[in-house]
Design a protein around this ligand. Structure first.
Ligand code: IPE
Ligand code: IPE
Ligand code: MG
Length: 254
């Protein structure tokens, strides 16, 4: 998208929203339950978010489900999360397919069990030609990993003589990043009250609007999502320009 198009697209709804779904453990602990209870209850918030994006006509929703650092958690929590992932994939995919959702899992899948890898392949294949919402599940994803795998692809192309070192620039490099086939990230939401990116979409978040809420993920719902979208729409995105330049450009267009 050209710079002018980026500017003129503001004050409209975001095309691509990403969410760091945080706070499951604390939500469960507040109720005197084990942390995994929070993960299980977070699934309903995922469903509600998908429904909301569908309703608003948002093109892409990217959900951070498991970071490359989350392997550091107690083994029992990691294995429950993996089982939950398999369970949810098995149970939700048909419904997603019926709703024309295209499902993609982004992240380093090689570390998953072969059963999970197969479920992911099947789900992606089933929904591959759907034309509604694209739902990206970031699992074993790290923003630094994403940049490194892109660098490897670029290096391979140079080694193969397909491109030269001078051909590597922001635009050509970005094609090797995950999600480059989708609209650029407009809005990044984090629930759970922490103010950090936790190695999520580092490259893609360059000009995303950030929205943080104290709400814990299992309590996330359409109202909280609407509030985030309303805040997004009210913001002025300047992309390095002055406010005056942006206003002039918008007036020129209207
Ligand atoms: C986010 O909730 C879900 C995952 C990281 C899988 P947490 O499990 O991080 O919940 P808190 O932050 O400990 O409350
Ligand atoms: C980020 O949450 C990862 C996911 C939501 C999947 P974490 O709970 O892992 O983040 P930190 O450890 O607090 O930074
Ligand atoms: Mg957390």
């Amino acid at each position: 998208m050209s710079f002018e198009e980026q500017v003129l697209a503001q004050q409209s709804l975001p095309k691509h929203v990403a969410i760091i779904m945080d706070g499951n453990g604390r939500w469960a602990q507040q109720q005197g339950k084990p942390r995994v209870w929070g993960h299980k209850n977070g699934v309903e918030s995922v469903r509600e978010s998908v429904r909301f994006c569908h309703k608003l006509g948002i093109q892409s929703l990217t959900l951070f489900a498991f970071s490359s650092e989350n392997w550091r958690r107690p083994e029992e929590e990691v294995s429950t999360l993996m089982e939950l992932f398999i369970f949810v994939l098995s149970n939700e995919v048909k419904k997603l397919h019926k709703n024309n959702v295209k499902l993609k899992v982004v992240g380093d899948k090689t570390q998953f069990s072969s059963k999970l890898q197969q479920k992911i392949k099947d789900a992606e294949a089933l929904t591959a030609t759907n034309t509604g919402l694209t739902l990206n599940i970031a699992a074993n994803y790290g923003g630094q990993w994403d940049i490194v795998q892109a660098a490897q692809q670029a290096a391979q192309q140079v080694a193969d003589g397909v491109m030269s070192v001078q051909d590597i620039n922001e635009s050509s490099f970005s094609q090797f990043m995950n999600l480059s086939d989708q609209p650029q990230l407009d809005l990044l939401i984090r629930t759970g009250g922490d103010y950090r990116i936790s190695n999520f979409l580092l490259w893609q978040a360059a000009y995303a609007e950030l929205y943080f809420t104290e709400v814990l993920w299992p309590d996330f719902n359409e109202d909280v999502f609407s509030e985030a979208v309303a805040t997004f729409v009210s913001r002025e995105r300047r992309f390095g320009c002055t406010g005056g330049q942006i206003k002039a450009l918008m007036q020129q267009e209207s």
